[in-house]
Design a protein around this ligand. Structure first.
Ligand SMILES: Nc1ncnc2c1ncn2[C@@H]1O[C@H](COP(=O)(O)OP(=O)(O)O)[C@@H](O)[C@H]1O
Ligand SMILES: [Mg+2]
Length: 349
């Protein structure tokens, strides 16, 4: 999606992906190698004017290595901060950004103490490596910390208070190379089993105060990290107040709506930002609803027959919990939305 947006701006792309025949490989040269393969990184550094990443679990060491040879945006420091939940929370705290109560633990005894301090229910998460709700356990009642420790199976964990949020929102900010910062309107997100199902943007029932609160959070991070590119911050809204859940130093799934719903998409704005170009308008074209197509694809003919459906497929093999594509509708009527919902719910696990 970054490349599709970038081609319109006359850019050329080269991808590093350890998986042969990855979706991006359809669009441009693909170097198939592990992310930390020095030969592959060297080829990338020699080929590219600027390197970016759109997956959070690329080794930060690879980004650091590249940084000595070629411009890397977003800055590797942002990648490092986002890869470790404890460090990420510390960044939030340092910048005065409110979060759920949390404690770090690296032994079963510390886990026991952390659970007592945070209280029940709590969410136990691996410090690193998690995505789409993987590496998380919701602890609902008194459970044996030793058993939880075995189940989570890593050395560093974070225990968070379970936030009884009114809803989940996200804010997407973009910072250019000249400290120019813009934001998309708040997005309302629904997750199931830790995986994003739908996004609505602009989120309904958002006043200027809530939007300003979200922008303040994102702006603080963009500036503190001397950021260039798109940054997403996932938020919990509770009684009109925002808590930061996590940040993503990349184009974000909740921003996929912007391809069809915004004057300039998050993908184009990311390419513009990292290329030192002026940023494009984040104004909405209408109210967009984005449905993720997960695990299995719905009947494509039936989906495309619904007026207003814009379909984006990723050329990925079906697998339980895998995001295979998304469908967006802008200013759709209730009937069309309901029809898409039915088709998607019919196959999504
Ligand atoms: N502390 C929490 N309280 C309530 N729900 C949570 C909490 N942490 C995570 N969740 C739920 O799980 C989802 C995935 O968790 P998240 O921390 O964003 O990890 P991931 O890296 O897998 O996206 C969140 O979007 C939210 O729906
Ligand atoms: Mg998340």
């Amino acid at each position: 999606m970054l490349a599709v947006a970038g081609y319109q701006l006359g850019k050329r792309f080269c991808f590093l992906d350890p998986v042969p025949e990855s979706p991006a490989g359809m669009l441009a040269t693909q170097i198939v190698a592990p992310y930390d393969d020095v030969g592959a990184l060297d080829e990338l550094a020699r080929t590219a004017d600027v390197v970016t990443y759109e997956f959070e679990n690329v080794p930060a060491s690879a980004a650091r290595w590249l940084e000595t040879r070629v411009a890397v945006f977003p800055p590797p420091a942002a990648l490092e901060a986002a890869q470790r939940r404890i460090e990420e929370k510390q960044w939030f705290e340092k910048l005065g950004i409110a979060t759920a109560r949390y404690r770090a633990a690296s032994t079963p005894a510390e886990l026991r103490a952390s659970l007592e301090q945070v209280g029940m229910p709590a969410v136990l998460k691996t410090d690193s490596g998690g995505y789409d709700g993987k590496g998380q356990i919701v602890v609902r009642e008194s459970q044996d910390p030793n058993e939880l420790w075995e189940r989570i199976g890593v050395a560093d964990v974070i225990v968070e208070e379970f936030v009884p949020f009114d809803r989940e929102l996200s804010i997407i900010g973009v910072r250019g190379t000249e400290n120019n910062t813009i934001f998309y309107p708040l997005i309302e997100n629904v997750h199931a089993n830790g995986i994003l199902r739908t996004s609505v943007a602009p989120a309904p029932h958002v006043g200027p105060r809530l939007q300003a609160q979200a922008e303040e959070i994102a702006r603080a991070l963009l500036q503190a990290l001397d950021y260039v590119g798109v940054l997403a911050v996932e938020l919990f809204e509770r009684s009109g107040r925002l808590l930061a859940n996590e940040m993503a130093p990349r184009v974000h799934n909740s921003g996929h709506f912007s391809i069809d719903g915004s004057v300039c998409s998050q993908f184009e704005n990311h390419v513009r930002a990292i290329s030192g170009l002026p940023l494009g308008s984040t104004a909405p074209i209408g109210r967009a609803t984005m449905f993720n197509l997960i695990s299995e694809l719905p009947e494509i003919h039936a989906l495309l027959a619904i007026p207003g459906v814009r379909l984006h497929l990723y050329d990925k093999r079906p697998r339980p919990g895998r995001k295979l594509g998304h469908a967006t509708l802008v200013d759709a009527d209730d009937k069309s939305l309901e029809r898409v919902r039915e088709l998607v719910a019919g196959v999504t696990g």
